[in-house]
Design a protein around this ligand. Structure first.
Ligand code: IP8
Length: 443
C-alpha cells in the first residue's frame, strides 16, 4: 500500500505546522503538529523542526502499523527535509512528490481548524493573502498576549511582520464601519412571569427606534425572556448534559427561541427595514460555557449590505458540556470586541441601574457611571426594578454587569437604558446625553 506525508501551515504566521500521514488505499489518517515553539528563537535558527517532524512521522507510522516495504510519497516542502532524509536513512522507500487531493485537503482543514480554535475569526480555508493577513491582524490586535502563538523566528517577524499593516489592508479593514450593537433585554420584549409571552407592542416600538438609525450599521441581539429561561431552567441546560431528556430540552428551547426570533424579525419586516436572522447556535461554539468561536463571515457580508443582523442568547454547542446557554450579553460583548464597536446599548425597561427599585422608591438614585474600580461597591447597592423579575438562568443584573466587564474593549462604552422613548437611541448615537448608566473601562 502507499503512504503519503504532507504538511500545512509552513507559510502561515500563526501556529505550528501540521503533518498528515495517509494510507491511500484505506484512507487511514493520522495528523500531528510540530509545535509553534520550533518556529521561534532559538529553535528556528537551529532547525529543531526537522528532527521534531521526523519524530512525529515515526509516531504516526507506529499508529498506522507501517512496514518498510510500503512506498512513502513525501511532499517536497522544506519543513519535511528532515523527514525525507531520516526515513531514507532508516531504509524506507521515500518518493519526493507534490501531494494533492484528499490528504492535502485533510491536513489543511485540520490546520485551519486549529487557527479557528485559537479564536481567529473568519479564517479562510485556502492559503493566500487573506488568510495570512487575518492571522497577522489577530496577533497585532493583542500583541502582548498573542505573539506567543506566532512564528516569531521568521527573519522578517521583528523587522516587519509584527507591526505590518499595508495601506490596502487598512482600507480593507476600514471598509466596515464599526456597528452599534443593541441588546434587547428579555424582560422588555417578553413578560418574564408568563411562559412564552411576547410584548408585541413594545417589540414594534423598539424596532421603529432601531430602524430610524441610518448613520451606522446596527446589530440586534435579543435575550431569551420567558421564551428561553423557563425551559433553560427546567432542563438545567446551562450545565449541559448528554441525556436524551436534556436533548429534548435543548430542542424545545431552540424551538421557542426561533418563535421569539420570528416575532422580532417580523417587526423589522413590518417597519420595512432589511433585517436577517442569524442563529447563534449555527455560528457559535463554546468551551465550558464561554464562547470560543464565532463565525462572522455571513454576518459581515450582510452588514456591508446594510441588513440588520438579528441574533439572540441561545443554546449552543459546547465542547466540554455538550451544550450550554450563552446569554445575549455574552454574545453582544463578543461581537463588540470582534467588530471593534465603540457603543453597545443594553435596552431595559428602566433608564439605568438604580440604588433601589425606582418604581417603589421614588427617591432611588440612578448610578450614572460604573467602571471596573466601582463594580464591587455597585453590587452591594443595585436594584433594577422589573429587569430583575422572573426566572433567569444567566444570572440577572449581577451576571449582566460581570459579563459586560469581562468583554468590554478599551475604547467601547456600554449604556444601560430605556430606548422606548422616541429619539433616545438617536441621541445616544450622536453623543447627546440621555438618562442612562454608562459602563466604561476608564472613568
Ligand atoms: O436572556 C438566554 O439569553 P439572555 C437565552 O440574554 C436562553 O440571558 C435560551 C435562555
Amino acid at each position: 500500500m502507499t503512504i503519503q506525508v504532507d504538511d500545512a501551515g509552513w507559510g502561515d504566521p500563526v501556529g505550528g505546522v501540521f503533518i498528515g500521514v495517509f494510507r491511500v488505499e484505506t484512507s487511514e489518517y493520522v495528523v500531528k503538529e510540530i509545535e509553534v515553539t520550533h518556529f521561534q528563537e532559538p529553535n528556528f535558527d537551529n532547525k529543531t523542526f526537522l528532527a521534531r517532524g521526523l519524530e512525529l512521522v515515526l509516531e504516526a507510522f507506529n499508529c498506522l502499523g507501517m512496514t518498510l516495504d510500503e512506498p512513502i510519497q513525501v511532499c517536497r516542502g522544506v519543513v519535511l527535509d528532515g523527514v525525507r532524509e531520516g526515513l531514507n536513512e532508516k531504509g524506507y522507500k521515500v518518493i519526493p512528490t507534490k501531494i494533492e487531493g484528499q490528504l492535502q485537503e485533510l491536513v489543511e482543514a485540520n490546520f485551519v481548524e486549529s487557527l479557528r480554535q485559537m479564536g481567529i475569526p473568519d479564517i479562510p480555508r485556502v492559503s493566500g493573502k487573506e488568510r495570512f493577513f487575518r492571522q497577522l491582524e489577530w496577533i497585532q490586535d493583542d500583541l502582548e498576549h498573542r505573539e506567543q502563538y506566532a512564528k516569531t523566528g521568521w527573519k522578517n517577524w521583528p523587522t516587519k511582520l509584527r507591526n505590518w499593516r499595508p495601506k490596502w489592508r487598512r482600507k480593507h479593514r476600514a471598509s466596515l464601519k464599526p456597528p452599534i450593537i443593541i441588546k434587547l433585554g428579555g424582560s422588555v420584549i417578553s413578560d418574564k412571569t408568563q411562559r412564552s409571552t411576547p410584548r408585541l407592542d413594545t417589540i414594534q416600538q423598539l424596532v421603529s427606534e432601531i430602524v430610524a438609525i441610518e448613520s451606522h450599521p446596527v446589530i440586534v441581539v435579543h435575550g431569551g425572556g420567558s421564551f428561553g429561561h423557563f425551559l433553560a431552567r427546567e432542563y438545567q441546560l446551562r450545565e449541559g448534559g448528554r441525556s436524551q431528556e436534556k436533548k429534548i430540552g435543548v430542542t424545545k428551547t431552540a424551538s421557542e427561541m426561533t418563535r421569539l426570533g420570528h416575532l422580532i424579525h417580523g417587526a423589522f419586516l413590518k417597519a420595512g427595514r432589511p433585517a436577517v436572522p442569524i442563529r447563534s447556535s449555527s455560528i457559535i461554539v463554546a468551551i465550558d460555557g464561554r464562547i470560543t468561536h464565532m463565525d462572522l463571515q455571513a454576518l459581515r457580508e450582510f452588514l456591508r449590505q446594510r441588513f440588520i443582523p438579528i441574533l439572540s442568547g441561545d443554546v449552543v454547542a459546547d465542547t466540554v458540556r455538550g451544550f450550554t446557554i450563552v446569554s445575549g450579553d455574552q454574545i453582544a460583548m463578543y461581537l463588540a470586541r470582534l467588530l471593534h464597536s465603540t457603543q453597545v446599548v443594553f435596552a431595559t425597561d428602566v433608564d439605568g441601574l438604580y440604588s433601589a427599585d425606582p418604581k417603589e422608591h421614588p427617591d432611588a438614585k440612578r448610578i450614572d457611571l460604573i467602571t471596573p474600580d466601582t463594580l464591587d461597591a455597585i453590587f452591594d447597592e443595585i436594584a433594577v426594578g422589573a429587569s430583575s423579575v422572573g426566572a433567569d438562568v444567566t444570572e440577572g443584573m449581577r451576571g449582566k454587569l460581570t459579563e459586560i466587564f469581562k468583554g468590554l474593549p478599551d475604547d467601547c462604552e456600554v449604556l444601560i437604558t430605556d430606548i422606548r422613548q422616541p429619539g433616545t437611541l438617536d441621541k445616544i448615537i450622536n453623543g447627546k446625553p440621555v438618562p442612562a448608566t454608562h459602563l466604561r473601562k476608564h472613568p
